[in-house]
Design a protein around this ligand. Structure first.
Ligand SMILES: NC(=O)c1ccc[n+]([C@@H]2O[C@H](COP(=O)([O-])OP(=O)(O)OC[C@H]3O[C@@H](n4cnc5c(N)ncnc54)[C@H](O)[C@@H]3O)[C@@H](O)[C@H]2O)c1
Length: 409
């Protein structure tokens, strides 16, 4: 095996690229993070993470300036043994996958890369994109090897999961597969080999599975709460000492940059014959609407509502596609006032959590940050906690007590 010596990560200062770059640099290889965001590049080069990621700050400081640098200069690709692309792959306004920007970035990267270098696609892509990338490279008269090796980490757990979970690798020929093996063996000794189309579907199945899994919990939440029952009393009962319900997720705002768009990518690939995916979208995206319709029963026009937690998940500063923003939009039409709060997102319109609680009549937990667990809520205020994140906490005046008393809407 010949060890690659220099790796460029395209989109390297993002949520996937940066933790990956840190882990590769930590294995002893030279890593250059190529990005277009000057602010993120400056932060990374000064040893600061541009976003929250558990255990990444210290790990970054250990390698930055020595084995890891960030740059906007694409010429770093010229003498790289390998490049990994982790650019965003959003769906468009018609909910269809878009590849134009991805292709443009890949074309200009490939033109700079040396013959026999390895190009790894790591973004989650529409099935068949890896093959089209390979054909584009051939049509440009270049001899760069192509592999598709999807990222499967959950944000916030990247540092432990990159090397701690099996890595799927795929390529079209033995030479490219061997190059992918040599690269990923540096950070993971548990490699699973598939064909590119299998690997593309494996990634979309993974995210769609999670999206549907959350949707069934949210559907059950809607059913229980619609008839005035506390979903979490039933949830606790059915999961108690009953192994077959182990994978029953808690309800919550199912959002973020990946799960919905990847379910839609799979649906587009299945020519829209992915009815369960579409049903899951209606349930998950409909949850804020359900909360508003329940709150409307007690009157909203003269009430102030506070949303605590605007990130898409707990203890994160990532607000991409967060359903808290959809809830804010819906409430703004009907409520007297909507206050938003999040300790991790800087926004001049937000207020601190204690002020939000003091001024609001109704408090909705948008993201169950652990910082909220011990907040005090005066008697008489309604707390809506879809996540059931405070169940079992017994402090009388705490949010836990308020939630336990009035989580059912
Ligand atoms: N976020 C996750 O938890 C996660 C997990 C698994 C897979 N993925 C997939 O990984 C991919 C990237 O997601 P992300 O969350 O890291 O996105 P991100 O937006 O955090 O990162 C993308 C980075 O690419 C940079 N960029 C944009 N255009 C560029 C260009 N032309 N050249 C160089 N850099 C450029 C951006 O500045 C940004 O830093 C997506 O396909 C996503 O579906 C994400």
């Amino acid at each position: 095996m010949s060890k690659p010596k220099k790796l460029v990560i395209i989109g390297g200062c993002g949520h996937v690229g940066l933790p990956l770059g840190i882990v590769f640099a930590n294995s002893g290889i030279e890593v250059v993070l190529l990005d277009v965001d000057a602010q993120k590049i400056a932060l990374v080069n000064s040893g600061k993470m541009p976003f929250m990621e558990t255990s990444a700050d210290e790990a970054l400081q250990n390698v930055v300036g020595r084995l890891l640098t960030a740059t906007a200069d694409p010429s770093c690709l010229k003498n790289a043994d390998a490049a990994i692309a982790v650019l965003g792959t959003p769906v468009d306004e018609h909910l269809n996958p878009t590849v134009t920007d991805l292709y443009r970035s890949i074309d200009s990267a490939i033109d700079l890369m040396a013959d026999n270098a390895l190009f790894v696609l790591r973004s989650t892509v529409y099935p068949g994109v890896t093959k089209l990338v390979q054909e584009r490279i051939r049509n440009r008269g270049r001899r760069v090897h192509v592999a598709f090796c999807p990222e499967r980490i959950a944000e916030g757990k990247a540092m432990e999961e990159i090397g701690g979970m099996p890595q799927i690798i795929s390529a079209f020929n033995p030479e490219a597969m061997q190059r992918a093996r040599e690269l990923f063996t540096l950070i993971n000794d548990d490699l699973i080999e598939l064909s590119p189309l299998e690997a593309e579907l494996a990634k979309l199945f993974t995210n769609s599975w999670r999206y549907l899994n959350f949707a069934i919990s949210n559907q059950f939440y809607l059913i229980a709460e619609s008839c005035g029952l506390d979903f979490y009393r039933i949830y606790d009962a059915v999961t108690c000492r009953y192994p077959r319900m182990k994978s029953f997720a808690r309800a919550g705002f199912t959002a973020g940059p990946c799960l919905l768009k990847d379910t839609l990518q799979l649906s587009a690939f299945a020519e829209n014959n992915f009815f369960m995916g579409h049903a899951a979208m209606l349930v998950n995206e409909g949850l804020p609407n359900f909360l508003v319709s329940q709150l409307r029963k007690d009157g909203l026009a003269d009430r102030t509502v506070a949303i605590l937690g605007m990130a898409f998940k707990a203890d994160s500063d990532d607000k991409r596609e967060s359903l808290s923003y959809k809830l804010r939009k819906l409430l703004a039409i009907e409520a007297k006032e909507v206050l938003c709060s999040d300790p991790y997102i800087s926004d001049e319109s937000f207020v601190p959590a204690d002020e939000a609680i003091r001024r609001a009549d109704i408090i909705v937990i948008g993201a169950p940050h652990s910082a909220y667990r011990n907040l005090l809520v005066p008697q008489g205020k309604k707390v809506v906690d879809v996540w059931g994140s405070f169940v079992g906490k017994a402090e009388d005046q705490s949010l836990a007590a308020a939630a336990a008393g009035s989580r059912s809407l």
